[in-house]
Design a protein around this ligand. Structure first.
Ligand SMILES: Nc1ncnc2c1ncn2[C@@H]1O[C@H](COP(=O)(O)OP(=O)(O)O)[C@@H](O)[C@H]1O
Ligand SMILES: [Mg+2]
Length: 387
């Protein structure tokens, strides 16, 4: 596909805020180029958000999961139609749709089930439904092949980080503040094999759950860091959080709602009540925990290539000024900026990344980073639903 090829990337992250859709035009000749044609965000309607959350539990009802897979296919298709419409294009002008889907369970570490042990990851949003509604081929299940090769199936964005933002003379650290926070280190002039990436721990997920709890469900997140800004850190509770076993793990490592979701938030709330923290102190401590888990893991694993020149942050967390200030102070003297400086809207990065992965899949090009996921070899990612 040497000529311009339009791919629509679809993503819904662990924050469960909504579907991100990025329509991107790629070309490979005379050299690789990309252009974001449109970005569209479709927030989850509250009922759907609750239904998805109900399915992100070990005891979720199988009947609901089965139906949700098809329902989400309809939602992703709707977002795809809207995004293409916003770009002023017809669906036929789009080569393919690359859909990450909605993760409802991610189990990269072995799970013991009686006499058997297994691993797995599950993203919902039936590709056949998206293909049927849009009439375009759909590439989905990007994580499966990596996991089949012994990898964690995550993180997959590092390929896009490298392809879009690697620099010949600067060590760059890409920081994604989604529901979970993850980093990609792009060593100066490094090849794809030199890229290092891992999940650092919670991103917005924990702050969101606590903000919702202390406002009796009125807030979905600590909007603009307002609660945290009015509070202070409780060092003892912070130390207990920092002792979480996930933070001690050496990369490759990936995590999700299974580890830093509802159960963890209610443990933290209970400890906070025992220690008599105010709601603002709870949010401030959780925000500090989020920042420190990023900073500590970067110090331990990402700075072995020498000092980081630029930290490029993205994801919804960049809208939280308290979190961003903690990160700026912690990363100093490295400069912290956002993706917007590089022409990538902060919200569009992940959907753009999956559009790129889809583009590469159509060209049979491997896109996982085995050093980041732990897979035994590079692999072509994704399964294709033709129409
Ligand atoms: N104004 C804001 N103040 C604080 N947090 C915000 C704000 N806007 C968005 N966020 C956070 O960003 C999250 C969404 O980030 P996103 O990158 O889409 O995560 P994911 O990839 O997990 O869906 C929201 O859940 C919320 O926590
Ligand atoms: Mg999101």
């Amino acid at each position: 596909m040497p000529g311009p090829t339009r791919i629509l990337g679809l993503m819904s992250g662990t924050s469960l805020d909504g579907i991100d859709a990025a329509l991107v035009e790629f070309s490979s000749e005379p050299h690789f180029q990309w252009k974001l044609l449109s970005f569209y965000f479709m927030p989850w309607e509250e009922g759907m958000r609750k239904t998805i959350l109900n399915c992100c539990r070990p005891d979720a009802a199988l009947q609901q999961i089965t139906v949700l897979n098809y329902l989400l296919g309809e939602c992703f298709a709707e977002a795809a139609v809207q995004a293409v419409h916003h770009a002023g294009l017809a669906m036929q002008e789009v080569e393919a749709i690359a859909s990450h889907g909605q993760t409802i369970w991610h189990q990269p570490e072995p799970l013991f089930m009686g006499r058997h042990t297994g691993r797995g990851t599950l993203q919902l949003g039936e590709p056949a439904v998206i293909a049927a509604r849009t009439g375009r081929p759909v590439i989905a299940n990007f994580r499966s092949m990596d996991m089949a090769l012994g990898g964690q199936g995550a993180p997959l964005v590092p390929y896009a980080d490298w392809r879009l933002l690697a620099h010949p003379a600067e060590n760059r650290l890409m920081l994604n503040l989604g529901g979970i926070a993850n980093v990609t280190l792009l060593p100066a002039g490094g090849s794809l094999q030199d890229v290092l990436a891992f999940d650092t721990g919670p991103g917005n997920m924990l702050m969101d759950a606590l903000a919702s709890a202390v406002t009796q469900g009125k807030w979905n997140c600590d909007r603009d860091g307002a609660l945290a800004a009015a509070g202070k850190c409780h060092p003892e509770l912070l130390a207990e959080c920092m002792a979480h076993p996930f933070l001690q793990r050496t990369p490759p490592r990936s995590t999700g709602r299974e580890m830093f979701g509802a159960e963890y938030a209610s443990w933290l709330l209970q400890r906070a009540h025992e220690l008599e923290l105010t709601p603002s102190d709870i949010l401030h401590t959780a925000t500090r925990f989020t920042a420190d888990s990023v900073l500590t893991s970067c110090r331990n694993w990402a700075q072995k290539h020498g000092p980081i020149h630029t930290v490029i942050a993205g994801g919804g967390g960049v809208r939280n000024p308290v979190l961003m200030q903690m990160l700026e102070e912690g990363f100093a003297p490295s400069q912290v900026c956002t993706h917007a400086r590089f022409g990538i809207p902060d919200d569009a990065k992940e959907a753009l990344a999956f559009a790129l992965l889809g583009y590469e899949t159509l060209q049979h090009k491997p896109c996982n980073v085995p050093a980041a996921t732990g897979a035994s070899r590079p692999a072509i990612l994704g399964q294709i639903q033709w129409v």
